[in-house]
Write a protein that binds this ligand. Structure first.
Ligand code: ADP
Ligand code: ADP
Length: 229
């Protein structure tokens, strides 16, 4: 698994408005970091920079020591799976949604890829598994089920880095906990960065970064941050 370093990253969308003011943090290989902080702090901006939607004004973002601005956008994106808050699914079967983008994938391919990527726990609870229709009348997937499919779709590509941008924030907390438990089962061998909304969702993170107005307000383990309060 890769490690991630933000080294004094400065960035803004408009020339006269800096959003990230020299941000530094390190996520070791296989580590899980949670980003929390008020709305507008710059959390999603961090995810966008990792995905190279933008490049920093100054400072560097390194994946395994490699400055991502020096490699192609495609190769960076291949290494990172991102799950947004509201994923858009195709009005087709769950299997199709997961296989989409996998050239020539048929049912058997999907299932074997799913096994390889250990995403079956995300599919098991759906009424007809891979055959579940996303938009079927009378059997519309719930928000939680949709996010399960969205996460599975991301994981099936086996990205070594997983970015969750409020992936479960719109769900009720029981559904959220349920999905987080499944994620926990399958994300041991990945480096992950999750943007969190509720504190209850970050218990699994080994590092918590509290961001405030584009600056690191706190950085440490769950226990260390609790001790300080
Ligand atoms: P490069 O790595 O190509 O030399 P920079 O790191 O200087 O570019 O900037 C990265 C991106 O941010 C570029 O698209 C650049 O146009 C933009 N940029 C740099 N500085 C500013 C600024 N002060 N205001 C707005 N955009 C900027
Ligand atoms: P968070 O995820 O912590 O809520 P964001 O990273 O989305 O925060 O936004 C940080 C700041 O950047 C906010 O003030 C927001 O208004 C601004 N911002 C976000 N996206 C853009 C954009 N495309 N153009 C200009 N400003 C933006």
């Amino acid at each position: 698994q890769p490690n991630i370093t933000f080294d004094n990253v400065v960035f803004g969308y408009e020339p006269d408005r800096t959003i990230l003011h020299g941000l530094s943090f390190h996520v070791p290989a296989g580590g899980h970091i949670a980003l929390v902080g008020p709305s507008g702090a710059g959390k999603s901006t961090i995810a966008r920079l990792m995905f190279r939607f933008y490049d920093p004004w100054s400072g560097r973002i390194l994946i395994d020591g490699q400055d991502i601005s020096e490699v192609t956008q495609d190769s960076v994106r291949a290494a990172i799976g991102i799950v947004p808050q509201d994923s858009v699914l195709f009005n087709d079967t769950v299997g199709y949604n997961i296989a989409y983008g996998r050239e020539g994938a048929d049912e058997a391919d999907i299932v074997s890829a799913a096994r390889g990527a250990s995403i079956l726990p995300f599919i098991e609870k759906l009424p007809k598994g891979f055959d579940t229709e996303v938009g079927e009348r009378g059997l519309k997937l719930s928000g939680g089920e949709k996010q399960r499919v969205a996460i599975a779709r991301t994981l099936v590509k086996n990205p070594p880095i997983l970015v969750l941008d409020e992936a479960t924030s719109a769900l009720d907390s029981r559904t959220e906990q349920d999905i987080l438990m499944t994620l926990h089962q399958v994300s041991e061998n990945r480096t992950s960065l999750s943007i969190a909304h509720r504190l209850s969702t970050i218990a699994d993170a080994d590092q918590i970064l509290v961001l405030n107005e584009g600056r690191v307000a706190e950085l440490g383990s769950h226990a260390a941050l609790l001790e300080r309060d």
